[in-house]
Design a protein around this ligand. Structure first.
Ligand SMILES: [Zn+2]
Ligand SMILES: [Zn+2]
Length: 155
């Protein structure tokens, strides 16, 4: 799967919602102003406009979050987010977010991981909502050098 299709999908969704918003506004009020729907009669227009606005907000927020994430990845790894392979599971970082978890950065070894049970939290009972840094590799090194926190082998 091409990770860029994600962004394209968001843009497509956004376009559909904006068109729906304007058409609803025009049908309900005769003007292309979605806000005017709220002072017009009829609950249907208000519901459609409210839902559209919420969806548009969510899509924009998601697009912004992904843009920020890609920027962060480029800044820390010097590579495009699309070229980055997760060192935890060996899968491409961005396309496997939905199944393997959101990317998390280990500042100690400067690698990106998926924060999920299939990757970063492997061997742990629960996915860590606030992951402990450093990553499993550094955690293992650390525990060995300290002589405690013996981690079970995942063999
Ligand atoms: Zn991974
Ligand atoms: Zn690390």
């Amino acid at each position: 799967m091409n990770p860029r299709t994600n962004l394209k999908g968001s843009l497509g969704c956004l376009t559909v919602m904006v068109v729906l918003l304007l058409v609803t506004a025009y049908v309900a009020t005769g003007r292309l102003n979605p806000i005017a729907v709220f002072s017009a009669k009829g609950i249907f227009g208000k519901v459609v406009v409210s839902v559209s606005l919420v969806v548009i907000g969510a899509v924009l927020l998601q697009a912004f979050a992904q843009f920020f994430l890609r920027f962060q990845i480029r800044l820390t790894s010097g590579k495009s987010a699309d070229d980055l392979i997760c060192l935890g599971c060996g899968q491409p970082l961005m396309p496997f977010i939905s199944s393997h978890g959101l990317p998390i950065y280990c500042p100690q070894c400067r690698t990106w991981w998926h924060n999920g049970l299939a990757c970063y939290s492997k061997g742990l009972e629960h996915q860590l909502s606030v992951p402990t840094v450093p990553c499993p590799t550094c955690r293992k090194k650390y525990s060995q050098s300290m002589g405690f926190f013996g981690e079970p082998d995942d063999s």
